[in-house]
Structure formats: C-alpha cells, structure tokens
Write a protein that binds this ligand. Sequence first.
Ligand code: ADP
Ligand code: MG
Length: 648
Amino acid sequence: MASPTETLEFQAETRQLLQLVIHSIYSNKDIFLRELISNASDALDKLRLESLTDTALGVDTSDLHITLEVDRDARTLTVRDNGVGMTRDDVVDLIGTIAKSGTASLLAKIKEAKDAEAAQHLIGQFGVGFYSAFMVADKVTLHTRRAGTEQGTVWESDGEGTYTIAAADGLPVGTSVTLHLKAEDSEDGLGDYLARWKIRQIVKQYSDFIRWPIRMATEPAEAKADTDGESGAEDSKDELETLNSMKALWARPRSEVTEAEYSEFYQQISHDWQAPAETIHMRAEGTFEYEALLFLPSQAPFDLFSRDTKRGVQLYVKRVFIMDDCDALMPNYLRFVKGVVDAHDLSLNVSREILQHDRQITAVRRRLVKKVLGAIRDMQATRTEDYTKFWEQFGRVVKEGLIEDRDNTDALLELLSAASTNDPEKTTTLREYVARMKEGQNTIYFLTGETRAAVENSPHMEAFTAKGYEVLILTDPIDEVWTDQIPAFDGHRFQSVAKGQVDLDDDTADESEEAKAAKAQQEQDYAPLTAWLQTALAEHVKQVRLSTRLTTSAACLVGDAHDLTPTLEKMYRAMGQDLPAVKRILELNPTHPLVTALRQAHQANADDPALAEIAELVHGSALLAEGGDLPDPARFTRLLTERLTKTL
Ligand code: ADP
Ligand code: MG
C-alpha cells in the first residue's frame, strides 16, 4: 500500500524561478526536451558508474537507454530512463528546491534587471534544466525509483505554488517524466510535441550525440512510410527506432577513430562533399575539461567573404548541442574552421553574451587558435602541396589575422605565402625570402597592387629587378592593410618599393666619393626643371624629384613611407570614407631621353606652353604605368593625339 499523498510548497526561490522559466527565459521552447534527455543521460551515466563500484546494487545495466513515449489521447509525452533514479528525499531536494548556491541572490538580481534581455543574460549563468518542462506542460508527473532501493516515488506539479509527493510500489529502477502538454502549443489540435517528426527533429538537433540510445516507438503507418521496403514492420505497433546516432567522435580516443569516420563526420557537419584537408582532435583535462574536433576544409565555401559568414564551430556541453556558429571559440579570421567543441563544465543554458566574457572560454579559444595555426604550420612543413592548395583557398582570410590577432602575428607571418619575382611559378614564405636575401640586404621588399601583371610591370620594380633584388608581389586587398600595420618579420623591415626614397646602393654601402659628387651635380642640373614641374603639376603631386628606382621608364609616382597607397585609398573610398586626395611624389629618371630632352627644352625656353602639356603627359603616363586611373582621360588622350600629330 502506498502512503498518502503529501502536498508540499515549493521553496520561494524555486517558485520565482519557475515563473521566470515559464514566462520569460527561453525564446525556443524546443529545448525542454534537450534538458530532460540530458538529465536522463546523466542518470544513466551515474548508474553505470555505481554498478561498477557497487556490485551488490543488483540492477541490470546491460541495456541502459532513454525512451520517449507519445500518447495522443492523453496528450502526454514521457521521457523515461532506466538510470540511477531518485529517493523521495532526492526528489524533494533536487526537484522541489533549488539547492544550488547563489540562487537567491541571482533571483534578486534578475528582479532588478531592467529588461528581458538583462534577465536572460543573468539566467544564462544558471541552469534551469528540469523546470523547462513547464514551458510546454501544464502538469508534470515524475515516477522514480532509486537503484538499490525498493520504494518508488511519484511527484506531480502544475508548476504553480505546490507539488505533491507520494510513495509508489512496483516501479522499475529509473525515472520517467510525463509532460501533460499545454493546449496552447497545439496548432493542429494535436500538439507539435506529440508529433513524432517534431520529436525526431529536436532529438537530431540537440541530442544526436548523447551516448545512450534514445528510442521511440514508430507508428505502424509511419514505419511503413519511413522504412520503405523493410516489410514486416507494419504490423508491430511496438517497433522501436533509435533517434540519435550516438556517434560523438570527439569523445573517443583518437587512436580508435578511422580517417573514414572523421571524413564522414566532417561532411555531415559541414555539408561539404570533400574530405577535410586537416583534422585536429584534442582533449583538455584539468579544471576546465573539454574536447575539440576541428577540421580545415580543403575548399573555401562560396560565401567566405560575405558580410555575415558564420563561424563553423559548434558548442556542445556533455554531448548536448548548445549552439552553432560559436563566435566566442574561434576568431573571425578562422571562420572557415569547422567542428565541435564539447565543454563539460558549462550550463546548458549558457548564452553567447556570457561566453564572450568567460575567462575560461577565452583561454580555450586561445588554445584552439594555437592548435589551428600549428596544424597549418605542420602542413606547410610536411605537405607542401596540400599547404599550397590550402593557402590558395584560405590565405586571404588567414591574413586578416595579421590585423585582428596581434597575439599571433609571428605565427601568422610564418604561415604567409606570397608570389614573388624570384620564381613566377612558385610562391614563397617570408623565411624562404629571408634566406635568399642579398649580402647586406636587411629589408623585405614588396609591392602591392590589384593584379600580378600590374605589379610585375610597374615602373617601381625596375631598379630592383635590374639589381637582382627579390620583391614580393602582393595582390590581395588585405595586403594593403597589413603591410601598412606590421613593421617587420623576424627583425627584417617590410618596405614597399613604391614608397619613400630608394637607394639600393646604400644597402651595400660601397658608394664611392665620385659617385656621390656626380649625383649631387645631377641634382643641381635638374633643380630648375623639378622646381618648375612641381608648380606646373601642383594640383596632382606634392613633390617632383629625381629617381634612383627607374632604369627604363621616364617617370613614376611614389608615396612617402606613411602615405596611403592608391589601392588603399580606393578601398577606403569604396567603404564610404571621406578622405582628402592623397598627393604623391613624381620621380623622374634623369637618364631617360625624354627627361633629358625636357630639361634642355626648359632651359631653352621656360615659358614654352608645350612644356606644361608635356608635364601633364609625363604625369599621366606614370599613372597608367602602375595601373592607376587618370584624373581626366579625355584630356589626356587629346593632348597625346595632338602631340603625336605634330611629330608626323
Ligand atoms: P542539473 O541537471 O543542472 O543538475 P536539473 O534541474 O536539470 O539541473 O536537474 C536537477 C537534478 O535533479 C539533477 O541534478 C538530478 O540530480 C536530478 N534529476 C533530474 N532528472 C533526473 C533523472 N531523470 N534521473 C535522476 N535524477 C534526475
Ligand atoms: Mg539538467
């Protein structure tokens, strides 16, 4: 005979929390099932562990599992487990009160919180597990029997102020939680949560990797539709299907997982049909335990550069799915990394906001970033072909890290790979560049531009090519930005060949006295011309001077060390920034026949109106040579045509 039913009051805090859970916390009601399944899974874990240490427990643990039962007539959904169960006292302590420390002060803070968002933020620090059942149920009945005891307990509540508790005989070991579903959740009069497809979908999304089987009876009609071709199933009403795959690869030791399994898992979470380029599987033990299984794809997705590309890392807590696109775990520049992080010591209800500010999560992220960069480095060191392909696909994104992630600048520079004048067929790393530097060279030369051809043919390259200096050819928009911000690699300064004064002879420091004197004389000879040009072209350039970087071209345009490059200027304008026009420096090649002739013409008659037109043409040609845009193409063409006509 069961003892009489007792009616007890919820602890005041519990009551308040219940109200919060029911009315304000979750925007997504589906997660009640995730919470109940997670509790059942914990109970199965506990029983397994207990049966190992306590052989006298006398329970059968050969088929630990979770069952979901739908009763359409009664409008109930039951989550049943054959786990450790609870004693009557457990039920009162665990379900009837909130024993967790800090609950009361948390509730006080929630009450003070001004809006729902603030309340949500606070509640995210706290798991509300079991009570989430009341979001969808107006009555919850729990049957339970603790392993190793005979007496079962029934608990029931409508989530208002009280609950009832009574002893019950004949219960199996374990717990069943029966939800009497609210009518309001029923759109079709049946209730979404009574629909098997809906239950399957929620389990697949949140509980697929729970290690215990989650079973549900298929309906005869459904069994037929679902398992097309498997005849014989129609008749048996109790045919059970297992809803979850249980394949949490990350929770298994690396040595027990095959490459094929990794690949299959990757394809499943990434919707990619190719195998990953790299697999990273790690486990951290200690104060904050987690497992991570990350993949580097072999091909970039089409939307890698769209404004709101999602990050590819999912967060799990003890195999329960928490969120996609977990930005707290992976920086934006590694958004192509796919995978799963399973953190053991977080609340299921943790929010993005909290993750962003959690010190331990920050530490996990730092470690994951190091791991990912390390894996790319390994690829670079041991699998050149794969690395080259990887860099082609993702190099542009990884380079964003040079701006975003100053903690890893050195590691990122090591990974960098760039086209170079050294070998048109092959890219080079900075390390390789440095190894090839000339005697006395201490600078890494580069030129940015929009296309490889434009950079290679740019007049800025001339002296460097002539004297055998290697120049990196950087053509990604991001190159303009990082080269502007990062001063050096391993002690070697970065220097744009289109900026500042170039004196390649200084590098070898062997300039003779005569050479110096000759240079000074040349400066003096050209001073009237350059001064005049500077006035004539004042609208377009800030200075005119003689060049040491040109061998075949007559003129080129360069910037000061801290000037924006033309491409960067264009980028800023495209982003809507209002910049004053950046004026550059016109450099003349004093050995070029056009320049020497110009000097003579200027000397002969400084007032010749043709001179001003030729000055414009020289400036325009310098712009065209580097692939730039003329300020007035129509005018340039007219001047050029007239000039050509006169020569015929
Ligand atoms: P949490 O899971 O974060 O502890 P919950 O509100 O989900 O919080 O559950 C409260 C407690 O109730 C659990 O810690 C567990 O001790 C007990 N409990 C809940 N569901 C079960 C179950 N199915 N079997 C055994 N114990 C359970
Ligand atoms: Mg729980």
